[in-house]
Design a protein around this ligand. Structure first.
Ligand SMILES: [Zn+2]
Length: 501
């Protein structure tokens, strides 16, 4: 009883009737309310400024790609449904349109330019308007102007379209050398990727230093692999993290796919950890940082219609979001994490007629389709043609794709694999030195068997205009709901970070 009485007294003490006694007559109830709201909104916008911004771009990651990965995880547990990944579970989710200025279906350059600079442009453009001259200033360049430390990272080459649009301006995305040449002059603090695609320029005068030398002379420390990063990060002013030389010699265009990664390979998780570590140390006067992290191989896997590889890539990018999320948990009021995609790739469908979906059948795949065919080419060059028997071929598919193991192929699947094998074996015996078409057909006979067993369908080996999602948490994340255009994303991030001024 006493407690109740006490509460009533304290409530009465703050009733408007009591307060009016202490207020001047001009300060009526309404003015007070407006002033209070103004103070509150000022305080919340100050407290909510995104000082640390993580911008994840899953290249080619349409809504079906995300759903497929979550459905795969549930299927591994023997369940129909989804096992939620972290980023799709973030509190703010929206749908994004992606078409470019000149095509109903965008490429990564135009979509990247929209995501980096908030302007529509033509397919192929790197940070340039449709007039092919006027530069589009990226959110990364804006963040730098405002004193933030800046990182641009990917698991493909650093001069590829998506990372390039954040620091370079070029008429065409294929001008790899010209794009790479602009990396050091950007002055950004941290870059990471598999390598440079074209370290030397064809039109440069004799004796022009290559991009490694140009970048080093501009004050960057180039390291290869995570161990070398750890050894040199404390003394470095600005850094570029590439994969180990041997991995670039094996395949320069990307780090190895997650599904086939070995210890010693550079991983997207290591890139994410290095970026956070380095940018946290380099932020000047505690002005925060901006980092773009691209999961660039979701797109590559979907171009190759390689379902298992894209799923592993997407889950890997989610684990990188988890690393950023751990940072967010330490700085929840000052961190913004936004995840989106530039476009959908492959016209992926979950279902190919009928009602069966068995994505767990993809679990036997241990290598990307691209790597399998490269390795097979090498193997066939090394062995005697007679060794490549039907049993040998079946063993390869069992080991690498789980066919005749996790997947029991149908008679029609066996027929198409056998036909591709016969053609390849014949070309081998006749001494055809190229073999590329035959290896490709044999590889795809296997990949299509995996698609049919799991229920995956592909409309093409290119992009589509499907919606992509945007997912956000943290300071300013409430701006990322509803349906809007990709050009809005960087504008809303800049507003959240105060870099729009
Ligand atoms: Zn693509």
């Amino acid at each position: 009883m006493k407690a109740i009485k006490k509460v009533r007294i304290s409530t009465d003490a703050f009733s408007p009737r009591q307060k009016t006694n202490f207020l001047p007559s001009w300060l009526n109830k309404h003015v007070l309310l407006i002033l209070t709201l103004a103070i509150l909104s000022f305080q919340s916008s100050e407290a909510q400024r995104a000082k640390y911004v993580f911008y994840f771009i899953g290249d080619g990651m349409g809504v079906n790609q995300v759903n497929g990965a979550e459905t795969y995880l549930a299927a591994l547990d023997g369940r129909i449904g989804t096992t939620p990944l972290l980023f799709p579970s973030f509190p703010y989710v929206g749908l994004i349109t992606t078409q470019s200025a000149d095509h109903g279906i965008t490429d990564s350059a135009a979509a990247g330019t929209a995501l980096a600079g908030g302007k529509k442009t033509y397919n192929g453009a790197i940070g340039l308007m449709e007039d092919r001259k006027t530069p589009i200033i990226s959110i990364a360049q804006k963040a730098k102007e405002h004193g933030a430390a800046v990182g641009v990272t990917t698991n493909v080459t650093v001069d590829h379209a998506t990372p390039a649009v954040f620091y370079a301006h070029a008429e065409n995305r294929n001008m790899y050398y010209e794009i790479g040449k602009q990396l050091a002059p950007s002055g950004f603090d941290f870059f990471a990727g598999s390598d440079f695609m074209s370290p030397t320029g064809e039109n440069e005068p004799e004796g022009t230093p290559d991009l490694y030398q140009q970048t080093t002379e501009a004050g960057y420390t180039i390291v290869r692999g995570y161990d070398e990063y750890l050894a040199k990060c404390n003394k470095a002013d600005k850094m570029v993290l590439f994969q180990p030389k041997a991995d670039s010699e094996e395949y320069v265009q990307n780090i190895p796919y997650k599904v086939e990664q070995q210890p010693g390979n550079l991983s997207l998780q290591q890139i994410t950890r290095a970026a956070i570590d380095f940018l946290s140390k380099k932020q000047k006067q505690k002005k925060g940082f901006f980092v773009m992290i691209e999961g660039g191989m979701i797109d590559k896997a979907c171009h190759a219609n390689d379902a298992a590889s894209y799923i592993h890539e997407l889950i890997d990018m989610d684990s990188c979001v988890r690393i950023a999320y751990d940072f967010y948990l330490k700085h929840p009021k000052e961190t913004l994490i936004v995840i989106t995609a530039d476009h959908e790739t492959g016209g992926l469908s979950l279902g190919r007629g009928g009602y069966q979906l068995n994505l767990d059948k993809l679990r036997g795949q241990k290598i990307s389709v691209g790597r399998f065919s490269r390795d097979l080419k090498r193997t066939l060059k090394a062995i005697n043609p007679n060794e490549f028997t039907w049993e040998y071929a079946r063993n390869l598919l069992r080991k690498n794709f789980g066919i005749w193991d996790v997947i029991e192929p149908k008679a029609s699947d066996i027929e198409s694999i056998r036909a591709a094998y016969d053609k390849l074996a014949a070309a081998l015996v006749s001494g055809d030195s190229k073999l590329s078409n035959e290896i490709n057909d044999f590889t795809y006979a296997a990949a299509h068997t995996c698609d049919r067993a799991s229920g995956i369908g592909w409309q093409s080996g290119s992009h589509s205009n499907g919606y992509v999602g945007v997912y956000a948490i943290g300071a300013g994340a409430d701006q990322f709901t509803g349906r809007f255009d990709n050009t809005q994303i960087p504008l809303r991030i800049m507003k959240a970070a105060g870099w729009d001024k």
